[in-house]
Design a binder for this molecule. Structure first.
Ligand SMILES: *Cc1c(COP(=O)(O)O)cnc(C)c1O
Length: 459
């Protein structure tokens, strides 16, 4: 009884839904949704009050209900501007897509499409035909399979080809990629036994050879995507691994991570291993992400020998990991840019990588004018990110914003993130730093607008 009476002050559901402001929400949201938000909020208040919290006022309760519904009604990923200087930022959605890829996604989602039907024969077909010829042409591989992401590509390859068998990997490559994706964990999930060879910094071909047993199913290479071992190091080249594999009739799996098709050294970057080089070296399978250096949608792309890919295609997990029509459309449009030799003009991340320093300098100056006396520009470095090219940078011009005395740098950064088109920067030595390299020139107007409205307020 005592606990019941404690809730006496709580308004009833009926009283709340007849409140003017909550009633007004009924114009936008369904009656059921309004009632259910009210109920759930009253439930949580009862819980807090049973722990001793006081009962809020009617106005406070109504305010919370209104705020909850309104936030539910606007939830979803929002466009932001990436001024962090990290081009492939996993937290910011990795690669933005090209205009053609976006148009292809729109077209694929507006109506029905020939996803799995052959229009000539009217018979059922495979969704893979929409990308396979492109992937084979661009990589030189015999066959391909596209799945949900690269983590699932790895899991599928190991499950289909190495379950209850051994896979040999260099100790320096049995790593965590980020976001909790650890190669040893994926191997365990697949039922493959990981056999680590060599040491963290040095692995020789003899280390692999000595570990081969009748149980060995494959030799694995994992591209060390987000770290770099410097100093005294020794890694086995992919060609050498393939030769060893040939002698023992073992396929080589190459987890390339980023899946680059272009030569990165032309942009002053280190050499990122290219997909076509892996295939030319003779790997059995190479897998990579769609949304890293390829610059396309999230996807896990597997290319390689036909008999191996065939086993992956018929494995039950392939169905559980399959790619949807919308991303498939974006992927084919992205790959066509490579076919046409226009990747650096059309694919946003490659436009960013290829952008000349002089152009970036001009843009940084323009941004600085929007801020006023608090801003200076300075030479700096951008990174590619997304598990590629660790330790390799691109020259850039940074906008460095000093923080006025009455403000904290975190608050200033937050203010920029609160703009209608949020701008995400980075904080360095108590200054807010914005890098134009990871921002497309067509977004500059929005950046300038956000900077103006923030700095008009803080002066
Ligand atoms: C990024 C990465 C993965 C995971 O790829 P997702 O597409 O994010 O699933 C796997 N392996 C390597 C080497 C990577 O760099």
């Amino acid at each position: 009884m005592e606990s019941k009476s404690r809730f006496r002050d709580l308004p009833s559901v009926d009283r709340l839904i007849s409140d003017e402001r909550i009633k007004a929400l009924g114009e936008v949201y369904s009656h059921d949704a309004v009632v259910s938000v009210v109920r759930r909020h009253l439930d949580s208040l009862r819980l807090f009050m049973s722990r001793g919290d006081p009962c809020p006022s009617f106005a406070e309760i109504a305010d919370t209900v209104v705020a909850r519904l309104q936030s539910l009604g606007t939830i979803g990923p929002r466009r932001v501007i990436n001024a962090t200087g990290v081009i492939l930022h996993t937290n910011l959605g990795r690669a933005p897509l090209s205009t053609d890829a976006i148009a292809a996604m729109k077209q694929a989602s507006e109506g029905f499409n020939n996803l799995e039907i052959d229009l000539e024969s009217g018979k059922r077909g495979s969704r893979q035909v929409h990308v396979e010829p492109l992937l084979c042409q661009l990589s030189g591989a015999e066959d391909s399979l596209v799945v949900n992401n690269n983590a699932s590509a790895m899991l599928l390859a190991l499950s289909a080809l190495a379950r209850r068998k051994e896979v040999i990997v260099s100790r320096g490559q049995a790593v965590e990629i980020g976001g909790g994706f650890r190669i040893p964990d994926v191997m365990r999930q697949s039922g493959a036994k990981l056999v680590e060879v060599g040491t963290t910094n040095c692995t020789y071909i003899a280390d692999y050879e000595q570990a081969i047993t009748p149980q060995t199913a494959a030799l694995l290479r994992v591209h060390s995507s987000n770290f770099k071992v410097v100093g005294f190091t020794q890694e086995v080249a992919i060609q050498e691994l393939v030769e060893l594999g040939k002698r023992y009739e073992l396929p080589v799996f190459d987890d390339l991570g980023s899946g680059c098709l272009l030569d990165t050294t032309g942009f002053g970057l280190d050499a990122e291993p290219r997909v076509q080089d892996s295939i030319a070296a003779g790997v059995g399978l190479a897998c990579f992400s769609g949304d890293k250096l390829l610059g396309g949608p999230q996807a896990g792309i597997i290319v390689g020998r036909r008999h191996l890919i065939g086993k992956l295609k018929s494995h039950p997990l392939a169905r559980a990991m399959r790619i949807d029509k919308v991303r498939l459309a974006a992927l084919s449009a992205t790959l066509i840019h490579y076919l046409k030799g226009e990747a650096t003009d059309k694919i946003p991340i490659w436009r960013m990588i290829a952008s000349p320093l002089s152009e970036i300098e001009g843009r940084a100056e323009q941004w600085a004018q929007a801020v006023g006396h608090l801003a200076i520009t300075a030479a700096g470095e951008s990174t590619v990110g997304g598990g590629s090219l660790p330790g390799s940078t691109l020259p850039t011009r940074l906008l460095i914003i000093k923080v006025p005395r009455n403000l904290r740098v975190q608050d200033l950064a937050q203010e920029l993130r609160r703009q209608p088109l949020p701008v995400v920067g980075r904080i360095e030595r108590n200054a807010l730093v914005l890098d134009p390299r990871s921002v497309l020139p067509e977004e500059d107007t929005a950046v300038v607008q956000s900077l103006r409205s923030v700095f008009a307020a803080v002066g």
